[in-house]
Design a binder for this molecule. Structure first.
Ligand SMILES: [Zn+2]
Length: 505
C-alpha cells in the first residue's frame, strides 16, 4: 500500500485571524486533511506539524525531517492544505524542496488538486506557485492589470500626443494625465469650426486659408486631413474618446467566446479638461457635414484604386487621390495629393503599385527571418499565472466550506465565523478579478498570435497572385496586410515610399 506523509503548517492566509492560535489552526487543518485522506483512501503514515513559523528551511525542523523521509524514496506523496505550505522562503530553497520531491517520485496532494511532479506541465505549475508564494500574489496580478479603460472613464487623457489646441499635463496628486488649453491654438480651433460650420467652407480651403495666414500647425502645413480631424474630434467639447475593444469577449456555455465588434465604435466620457467649443458650434459643424454629404469614411463606388483609403501623402498626410487626366490620350492613371499648396508631385499609379509590392516583399522576407530566429518561448506566463490563481481560489473555497462546518460544530463562534468569512470572501473576490483579467489578457494574446500568423500567408498570397486579382480584391487584401502606406515625390523626382504592415501592437 502506498505511503503518504502529512505536512501541517500555519500560513500567511491564516494570520488575519489572531484569536486562533497556531496549535488551533494546525488541529483544524489536521481534521480537514484527515477527513480528506479518509475519503480518498490515502494511507498517511506520519504527520509532521510545523509549530514554528520560520521562513528559512533551517528554521523549519519538520520540513527538514520531511525531506529526509522523502529521500528514502518510500513515500508516494505529501498531503498538505495548500501547495504554498511547502514553500515560502527563498526560491533556491523552494527549488531544493521541489527537486527532492521530484527525484523521489513524491506527489503533492492538496484537497484542491494533486500535483505530479513527474508530469511536466504540473512541474511548471509548481514552479510558478512557489515563486508566487514569495511575493504577494495581489501585487503581481495588480501589475498585470491594465487600468487604461478605467482612466478613460475617469475622463483622463489617454493618448500619447495632445490634440491641437491642448497640451497634456500630469494630474497633480493622482495617476494619469489631462489636457490644458493652449490659448493661441484654441482660437484657431474655434476659427476652424466657424469656417466649416457657419461659413460653409470645405476642409481643403480652410487648410489653404490657414497656410496663407501663416498660422502654424503642429506638423508642417495644414492639410484637409488635419482639418477633418479637428472637426470630428469630440475632445474639443470637453469629452474623452475611448475606442472600444475590437473584440468583445462573451461567455457562452461556460466557454469564452469572441465576438467581433465594429472598429470605429467608441465611447465618450466627460473629460477632466475644459472644452474649446460649445455644443452649438459642434452641432453647427455636424449639420454642415451632413449638408455637404461628406461620407465619414472614404468609399468608392466603382473601385479602381487598389490603395483606396490606405495610401497617404507622406508630406502632408492627405489621402492620395487617383486621377485619370481627361485630356490625356494615354489614359494613364496618376496619384495626386489633393492638398492645395502641398509640393508632392503627381506619381504614376503603376509606379506606386510596383514600389509598394517591392517594399512589401522585402519587408516580408525580413519578417519571416525574424520570426524564425526568435522562437516563441515554450512557457506561457499568463497560463501559468491563471493556473496559480485558480489553484488558490480552489483552496480558499475549500476553506470557506470548512468554516461553515466549524460554525455548525460550535468550533467557531458566530463572530469568529463572520470575521473569517468576510476576509475569505474578500480574498476570493480579488482572485476572481485577477482570474478575469488574466483570461482577458490570454484572449488578447491569442488574438495577437492569430493576427501575425494570418499576416504572412495573406501577404504571400497577394504578392504571388497579384496580376490575377481584381482591384476590389487587391484593395481588400492590402487593407488586411497594411495599416497604411505613404508616398512622396520630391521636386527632384525622388520617390519615397513607406509601408506600415498591419502588425498587432
Ligand atoms: Zn501632400
Amino acid at each position: 500500500m502506498e505511503r503518504y506523509l502529512m505536512y501541517l503548517r500555519k500560513s500567511r492566509m491564516d494570520t488575519d485571524f489572531e484569536e486562533v492560535s497556531i496549535a488551533e489552526t494546525l488541529s483544524r487543518h489536521r481534521t480537514t486533511l484527515e477527513k480528506f485522506c479518509k475519503s480518498k483512501r490515502l494511507n498517511v503514515v506520519e504527520v509532521l506539524e510545523e509549530v514554528v513559523s520560520g521562513e528559512s528551511l533551517a528554521a523549519r525542523p519538520q520540513m527538514m525531517r520531511l525531506l529526509e523521509l522523502v529521500s528514502t524514496g518510500s513515500y508516494a506523496g505529501v498531503v498538505c492544505m495548500d501547495i504554498e505550505r511547502l514553500s515560502r522562503g527563498s526560491s533556491m530553497e523552494s527549488g531544493y524542496i521541489m527537486q527532492i520531491l521530484q527525484v523521489n517520485g513524491c506527489k503533492i496532494v492538496t484537497p484542491g488538486k494533486t500535483y505530479d511532479l513527474q508530469n511536466e506541465s504540473d512541474e511548471q505549475f509548481t514552479d510558478m506557485k512557489f515563486m508566487f508564494s514569495r511575493y504577494e500574489l495581489k501585487t503581481i496580478t495588480k501589475r498585470l492589470v491594465r487600468g487604461r479603460n478605467q482612466s478613460a472613464s475617469e475622463g483622463k487623457f489617454m493618448g500619447s500626443m495632445a490634440p491641437y489646441g491642448y497640451r497634456a499635463y500630469k494630474l497633480p496628486g493622482e495617476k494619469g494625465n489631462s489636457l490644458m488649453i493652449v490659448p493661441e491654438e484654441a482660437k484657431v480651433v474655434q476659427m476652424i469650426f466657424d469656417m466649416y460650420g457657419k461659413q460653409g467652407i470645405g476642409y481643403n480651403t480652410i487648410a489653404y486659408k490657414l497656410n496663407q495666414m501663416h498660422i502654424p500647425s503642429r506638423v508642417g502645413e495644414w492639410g484637409q486631413t488635419s482639418i477633418a480631424n479637428i472637426i470630428n474630434n469630440e475632445v474639443y467639447l470637453g469629452k474623452i474618446r475611448w475606442r472600444k475593444e475590437p473584440v468583445k469577449r462573451v461567455v457562452k456555455d461556460g466557454m469564452l467566446a469572441k465576438k467581433r465588434v465594429q472598429n470605429d465604435d467608441y465611447e465618450l466620457y466627460d473629460g477632466r479638461h475644459e472644452a474649446i467649443i460649445t455644443e452649438e458650434q459642434w452641432a453647427c459643424a455636424k449639420a454642415a457635414q451632413a449638408k455637404r454629404n461628406h461620407p465619414p469614411t472614404h468609399k468608392e463606388r466603382h473601385l479602381q484604386n487598389p490603395f483606396a483609403s490606405i495610401l497617404y501623402c507622406e508630406k502632408c498626410g492627405a489621402i492620395m487621390k487617383r486621377k485619370v487626366p481627361k485630356k490625356s490620350r494615354t489614359c494613364i492613371p496618376w496619384y495626386q495629393c489633393p492638398t492645395r499648396g502641398c509640393d508632392c508631385k503627381m506619381i504614376k499609379c503603376e509606379t506606386v503599385e510596383k514600389a509598394i509590392r517591392d517594399a512589401m516583399e522585402e519587408w516580408l522576407n525580413n519578417y519571416i527571418i525574424q520570426i524564425n530566429s526568435d522562437q516563441q518561448p515554450a512557457e506561457d506566463p499568463i497560463a501559468a499565472a491563471l493556473t496559480a490563481v485558480r489553484g488558490q481560489l480552489a483552496g480558499l473555497q475549500l476553506q470557506q466550506e470548512n468554516i461553515c462546518e466549524y460554525l455548525e460544530k460550535g468550533i467557531y463562534t458566530v463572530e469568529m465565523f463572520s470575521k473569517r468569512n468576510a476576509s475569505l470572501a474578500k480574498e476570493i473576490k480579488q482572485l476572481q478579478t485577477s482570474e478575469a483579467d488574466l483570461l482577458r489578457q490570454q484572449s488578447e494574446g491569442d488574438e495577437k498570435k492569430r493576427t501575425s500568423s494570418q499576416l504572412i500567408p495573406t501577404a504571400q498570397h497577394i504578392l504571388e497572385h497579384y496580376s490575377l486579382l481584381s482591384v476590389e480584391e487587391k484593395n481588400r487584401l492590402w487593407k488586411l496586410v497594411l495599416k497604411k502606406a505613404t508616398v512622396y515625390r520630391t521636386q527632384d523626382d525622388e520617390l519615397m515610399i513607406h509601408i506600415y504592415p498591419n502588425l498587432p501592437q
